[in-house]
Design a protein around this ligand. Sequence first.
Ligand code: ATP
Ligand code: MG
Length: 302
Amino acid sequence: MTLDHIKSRQYKLQSETVRKRLEDIKKRPILLKVDSLKKKFQDREGEIVALGNISFSVHQREFICVIGPSGCGKSTLIRIIAGLEKQTSGSILLDSKPIDSPSSDRGMVFQNYTLFPWLTIKKNIMFGLIMSKTDRQEANIKAMDWLELVGLSEFSDLYPHQLSGGMKQRVAIARALATRPRILLMDEPFGALDAQTRAQMQSYLLQIWGSIDITIIFITHDLEEAIYLADRIFVLGSSSNQLREIVEIPVSRPRKPDQFLSSEFLATKKHLEDLINPEKRSTAKKISIKNGIVEKSSSLEG
Ligand SMILES: Nc1ncnc2c1ncn2[C@@H]1O[C@H](COP(=O)(O)OP(=O)(O)OP(=O)(O)O)[C@@H](O)[C@H]1O
Ligand SMILES: [Mg+2]
């Protein structure tokens, strides 16, 4: 089966197990509530609408991926949730309390490795714990527990430059989680990794998410990564950087790499491609070869 044989609307067909799971998530308490959020920047050429009137809710222990074309406001959204940027208007509540500055209830992992190069990886993890007033001995024990969870306990005394990219991001995840945030905010965290390491990191992240109480918002450009990880995908875009659509993922859990070829996975991918590249969808032509001559017919739809 190829992507062209899959109708994008088939992504709406959910098995009974998936439908039940998604319904159960909706019954959980709302952790994050974003209402009519807008962000404008002023630069020399005028006003830039980075986010236009966005509203959504995220439930406890949900895994949300955010996709959309470059410049559609993904990083701005996550920076506002992190408290690193202030919205122009609209409200944003975490556990029913307004967000107005960074706090240990939100952990962040970025694409660029942000570990302190002068500290060992254990001390990198201890840093946030000590800053949040954990005593040194307890911070040491907790850091080792987190390194164990990400499979790096034997490397605790190494410095970041002695680790591979994937290992550094595992430390970054452990560091972000060590202070026990309510929500983990990840901005293209695996974007700089090679394909194989990236696939391993996706599985690692799902394992970690499955073993602790954490809600995740994860930005990516990679549609397959988004489908593999998410319960729901928020698709940002359109001319005024709005939320185009919220897509529920019909792929069952636990996720496994062989699901990448399942019909529900491919149908979801096709739907997301159509959403992100609407021009391609309406203008794309079927190409067939008859008697050695390339013929173009109507659009790929239908
Ligand atoms: N500090 C800033 N000052 C002015 N404009 C900004 C600032 N930060 C972001 N922008 C603009 O806001 C819009 C959204 O930017 P943002 O970085 O959120 O996009 P993005 O979806 O994360 O893009 P990418 O996929 O390339 O990372 C862009 O037009 C960007 O140029
Ligand atoms: Mg970005």
